[in-house]
Design a protein. Structure first.
Length: 109
């Protein structure tokens, strides 16, 4: 994990805390790709939609987001076995921020 939740909670500025949790390019794009369909997304679907992100990077970022309780992971017992990811309640609340970022970009760029 990039930083522990205990360390993040010690950051006095709420904006800095948020940036520390989700501020990387890939984290924001992962969250957007999980928010858009509103349904759980399989790992390989995420990987395809986030090219040129490597599988290693995606795994690491998902693990961080899971540890921060922003994303949940569900093992699918099928043949072949699979993994689905979805936003937790905390993650779904970030949709307001993601939508606002998109609106800002549309307006100014």
């Amino acid at each position: 994990m990039s930083e522990s939740l205990a360390d993040i909670k010690k950051i006095p500025c709420p904006v800095e805390r948020t940036v520390t949790l989700i501020g990387s390019k890939w984290c924001l794009l992962i969250l957007w790709n999980l928010y858009q369909p509103g349904l759980p997304v399989r790992y390989n679907q995420l990987l395809k939609s986030l090219k040129p992100m490597s599988s290693k990077t995606l795994s690491a970022k998902l693990k961080d987001l899971e540890c921060y309780r922003i994303v949940s992971k569900k093992i699918i017992e099928s043949s072949p076995p699979g993994v689905e990811y979805s936003l937790t309640e905390q993650g779904r609340e970030l949709s307001k921020l993601l939508i606002a970022m998109g609106e800002w970009s549309e307006k100014w760029y």
